[in-house]
Design a protein around this ligand. Structure first.
Ligand SMILES: N[C@@H](CCC(=O)N[C@@H](CS)C(=O)NCC(=O)O)C(=O)O
Length: 246
């Protein structure tokens, strides 16, 4: 009788122990699996994957079906939000790694591939500083502008919450504008995960949320020019529509 335990299990086969693969079965289990929807947080990861040209398989998490609150999705991200990934070739003994939180995913992918995060220690921390600025300030504040201006909150009679978030969004755009004046990207000539984290949010604020006039976007000339440069990148254009909406 042969001893089956000595036969190495291919890495991709190990994905089947992750319950998320029951709702979203991988067609290519040897590739990194992305669970997402093209929202400002979701596109950070699809843009990154397109930029670094790491092969992956994208799965649509349909908010219309509350996919993000299903037990299978929650098994990977207990916080019930996209994006999330499952990498069959993780960093420890190439065992699979499941990860949520877009900032952590961007850092992981940058370190895995050695791309879009400077090698120099000081510049690396400065890049992470801007990434955390996006995660802790830009995303949450712009998101609230969206809620109070475009979504359910727009019907609230009391406009003070909306005005508070608009004022904060303007302040943040001011911080970004001052930094970007005379620079191509957040890290000077280096396009990094800091830029990737912010492009979708600024685009959404003035596009989908329709808050351009409200935040007086026209005055933030350096941010406007940076956004244009970012959106001109083919990988950004592709990433903005992955996975395709239903
Ligand atoms: N801090 C999280 C935020 C993720 C997040 O808020 N995702 C939104 C879409 S942009 C979501 O999944 N919303 C669905 C829900 O809350 O039910 C990250 O950056 O990954």
């Amino acid at each position: 009788m042969s001893d089956m335990s000595s036969i190495p299990v291919p890495n991709w086969d190990r994905l089947s122990v992750f319950p998320i693969t029951r709702r979203w079965p991988p067609k290519h289990p040897e590739l990194l699996q992305l669970y997402s929807l093209p929202t400002p947080n979701g596109v950070k990861v699809s843009i990154m994957l397109e930029e670094i040209e790491l092969p992956y398989e994208a799965h649509l998490v349909d908010f219309g079906k509350d996919d993000q609150k299903t037990p299978e999705f929650l098994s990977l991200n207990p916080n019930g939000k996209i994006p999330a990934i499952l990498d069959p070739n993780g960093p420890r003994d190439r065992k699979p790694l499941a990860l949520f939180e877009s900032g952590a995913i961007l850092q992981y992918l940058a370190e895995k591939t050695g791309k879009l995060l400077p090698q120099d220690a000081a510049r690396r921390y400065q890049t992470l500083q801007w990434l955390h600025f996006q995660m802790g300030s830009v995303g949450p504040m712009f998101g609230q502008v969206g809620f109070f201006h475009k979504f359910a909150g727009k019907d609230y009679e009391d406009k003070r919450p909306r005005d508070r978030y608009v004022a904060e969004a303007k302040r943040l755009l001011g911080v970004m504008d001052t930094h970007l004046a005379g620079r191509q990207w957040f890290m000077d000539d280096d396009y990094t995960i800091a830029d990737i984290s912010m492009l979708g949010w600024v685009r959404n604020l003035i596009g989908f949320y329709g808050a351009g006039d409200l935040v007086e976007f026209a005055q933030f000339k350096a941010v406007g020019a940076w956004l244009e440069r970012g959106l001109a990148r083919p990988a950004v254009q592709r990433g903005l529509n992955i996975p395709a909406r239903p």
